[in-house]
Structures are given as C-alpha cells and as structure tokens.
Design a protein around this ligand. Structure first.
Ligand SMILES: *Cc1c(COP(=O)(O)O)cnc(C)c1O
Length: 420
C-alpha cells in the first residue's frame, strides 16, 4: 500500500476491525471451552455499550489524569542523538506512567469496566509479575478483590513482584502442576474464572487472548498514541519519520501505532531475538512463527510439528511469549508495519547508553525498541527523526543486569567489537 492508500484505509479502520467475531483478517477470534463463551460474550456486549457512555469516558479520563499522572511527556534525546550523528531520537515516556509502565493503562480500563458491570473481583495470571502488579494496583484503586494465579517457579524467581501484589491487597495463588510457569497459570486462572464469572471479570495483560481482549486492550492503550501524536506535532510542527515499539504481546506497540497508522510514517515493531535464531533462543513470533491457536486466539505462533508452543527466551521477561497479538499478525500481512528484531546484547547496550547519556534507565523490554533506533542512527548519512515508545522504566532490571553482565558492559562490548 502507498501512503495515500494508508490514509484512506486507516481513516475508517478502527470502525471495521476487528469484525464482530473478533477477527483482524484471519487472525484473532474466540477459541474457548463452551462454558466460557457466554461469559466472554457478556464482556463484549457490556464493553461495546459502556465504552460509548459519557460517564465511563469521563471517569477514565479523570483517573488517567489524577491517579496515573497522564499525559506522560514526549522527550527529545539530544545527547544520545548527537552521539550517533544526525538522526533525532524522541521518547514517549510511558516509564513515567504510575507504576512505571504502560500496562496500567489497560488495567485501569479493565477495572473500570468491572466496576460498571458491578463485579467484585479481578482475576488474572501473571508470568514475571508485571501484569499482576498493574492489575493489583487497579483493584486497590477501585476497591475490588484481586486473584492472581502464578506458577510456583515464577513465584520463587519474582519475589519483589509477589510482595508488591500482596502489599496492594491481591491474593497470589500458587500454581503447582506441570512446569509451574505461565502456561499452567493461564489454565488455572481460566478455571478460577469459570467458577465465579458471575461476580468476577478475567483481565488479560496484552492485546492477546480471545475476543474482545485484543480490541479492548488496544482501545485502552490508544491514549499513548493520541497523546504522542499531539505532543510530537506541538514540539516539532510535523510527524516523526519513524515510530517504533517493542512487541511482546503487542499492547504498548498497538497503543502508540494506533495514532500514526494513517500518517505517512514508517512504523516498526521490534521482537526479541534473545541469544540466537535457534528454537528456544528467542521469542520472535512474527519473524519465525506460523499460523496457530494458543490461549483462545489465532495468530502467528512459535510451535512444533504437533502445534504445541515452542519454548521461548528473552532477557526481557515481558517479551518472552510464543505468540503475538492478532492485529500485529494482520499488520504484518498487509505490510503496514515492518517487524524486525533486536538481540539481548543490542537491548543491553541501549539500556546502558540511555542511562548514561540521558539519565533515564529503561526497561529491558523498551530497550529493544531503543536498540532499533540506535542501529538506524548509526547508519552512515542517517537523518530524520524517530519516536520510540519507552514502555517502562528499568529499576526492576538493574540488579539482574549488573549481576549478570557487569557495570562495565559497554567497555567489554567495545573491546569485543574492536576485535572483529
Ligand atoms: C509487559 C511489558 C512489555 C510487553 O508487553 P506488550 O503487550 O508487548 O506491550 C513491554 N514493556 C514493558 C515495560 C512491559 O512491562
């Protein structure tokens, strides 16, 4: 598609996608056990009514401003840009959103929906604990109960996030079967929800899962793009040449991309290439995945011959998911978004450089998006501008990075590169 085609196509896009069955092209849908179809349809119908109501919109607006501290700013990285040459790097500062990442944007929306529906409890699973913490925060704010299902292995690994969830008043329910990690936690959370769907709501942590979640989470994240579009325009008088975000499930990316789809802007999603391109070394679901169903939706999936999900790895635990939001698979098919990847090493370099040159410690997830910007800025004769969605702050990652890679990571990397 040309730029003109984009403009026309995306003018009406959000009215048409997903279709009423939750499909973006062939991706998405709702693959549920029979007992859960009714509860999910109830959520869909309620959402479609409530999201148009003035009281819901006004209340969410007030919460974003007064509780979350929105709008988050757009920031021009002058020093980092100068380090590489002419390309100007800008950040959308979701690290300054309350709790330090974009995830709270959809959790506050899901919580408000629960409140409007008269539900008493929020239910979810969590892997590394980031979604659990954001949801527990929302539950505390709305005065709702919160059950977070978490694999026993993850509970041991993520002690600070477990403590946070408990401090916020959530119940952390250990899942002790199978591999005792995220996959089992998803099953257990579904079972828990099935037992009490009349008084609770299931909250998914990204633009994944059965319809209506990819749509709902996208809609709640669109505030990121709306703000960034207006802020960037006010700062510079124009549009950025490129907009980039990291893609795990794809919620922060959908948030910022949404406002730029109809603009003549190059849009890039960055997947985690981990430590290599072999099975189990990365989590690049769009780059290497094939069509398949996981967790109730059809998308691109890293899978074996039997259709079982492959093991995945990334230094950024928020990115290690074997599938991806169906709308990203669709954007890949229609060629509106370019999907590429960054390795652990590139993300680490970005993590250190942004800290040192701008005084901002980025989440390892967000460092993947920044790594792409740095790679582009280093190219000979690079110019123009790039807007990076800085999805979260990196305080959670500092101990792990320093212990495993050393405070002198940049010097070691320099030596390694000079040898080549
Ligand atoms: C969870 C997380 C991500 C990945 O989730 P998406 O749905 O792909 O946005 C990215 N950045 C941060 C800081 C996260 O916590």
């Amino acid at each position: 598609m040309s730029n003109v085609d984009f403009k026309n196509y995306f003018e009406t896009y959000f009215k048409n996608y997903p279709n009423k069955d939750g499909y973006f092209g062939k991706y998405g849908g709702q693959y549920l056990p029979p007992q859960l179809i009714e509860p999910f349809n109830e959520i869909t119908e309620a959402y479609q009514t409530i999201c148009k109501s003035a009281s819901f919109i006004n209340e969410l607006r007030r919460i974003r401003k007064e509780f979350q501290g929105r709008p988050t700013p757009v920031y021009h990285c002058e020093k980092l840009s100068r380090l590489f040459g002419n390309m100007q790097i800008y950040l959308k500062r979701e690290d300054l959103n309350h709790t330090g990442a974009h995830k709270l944007n959809h959790c506050m929306g899901e919580g408000l929906l629960a409140k409007f529906l008269g539900k008493k409890k929020l239910i979810a699973e969590t892997g590394a604990g980031q979604h659990g913490v954001a949801l527990a925060t929302a539950a505390a704010f709305y005065g709702l109960e919160c059950d977070i299902y978490m694999g026993e292995v993850d509970i041991k690994k993520q002690a600070p996030n477990v403590a946070r969830m408990k401090l916020l008043g959530a119940r952390v329910i250990p899942v002790s079967h199978g591999l005792k990690t995220l996959k089992e936690a998803v099953d257990a959370a579904f079972e828990g929800y099935l037992k009490e769907y009349e008084t609770s709501i299931y909250c998914i942590g990204s633009v994944v899962g059965p319809h209506p979640f990819p749509m709902m989470v996208r809609d709640f994240q669109m505030v990121v793009g709306e703000e960034a579009h207006a802020q960037y325009k006010e700062m510079t008088g124009e549009m950025p040449d490129t907009v980039v975000a990291c893609v795990g499930g794809g919620s922060n990316a959908m948030g910022i991309f949404s406002a730029f789809l109809k603009e003549p802007v190059k849009i890039v999603g960055v997947e985690p290439m981990g430590i290599g391109e072999k099975k189990g070394e990365h989590a690049a679901s769009i780059t290497f995945g094939k069509e398949g169903i996981l967790h109730g939706f059809n998308s691109l999936l890293l899978q074996n011959e039997k259709g079982e999900p492959d093991p995945v790895y990334s230094i950024a635990s928020g990115l290690d998911y074997p599938s991806v939001g169906p709308e990203h698979a669709f954007f890949h098919d229609i060629n509106r978004v370019e999907y590429t990847s960054a390795s652990d090493e590139e993300a680490l370099e970005a993590f250190f450089l942004l800290s040192k040159y701008e005084g901002i410690i980025p989440a390892l997830e967000s460092s993947h998006a920044l790594a792409y910007a740095i790679r582009e800025a280093r190219k000979p004769n690079a110019s123009g501008s790039i807007l990076v969605n800085l999805s979260g702050r990196g305080d959670k990652d500092i101990d792990y990075v320093i212990e495993n890679y050393g405070i002198d990571f940049l010097e070691k990397l320099d030596k390694k590169r000079n040898k080549k």
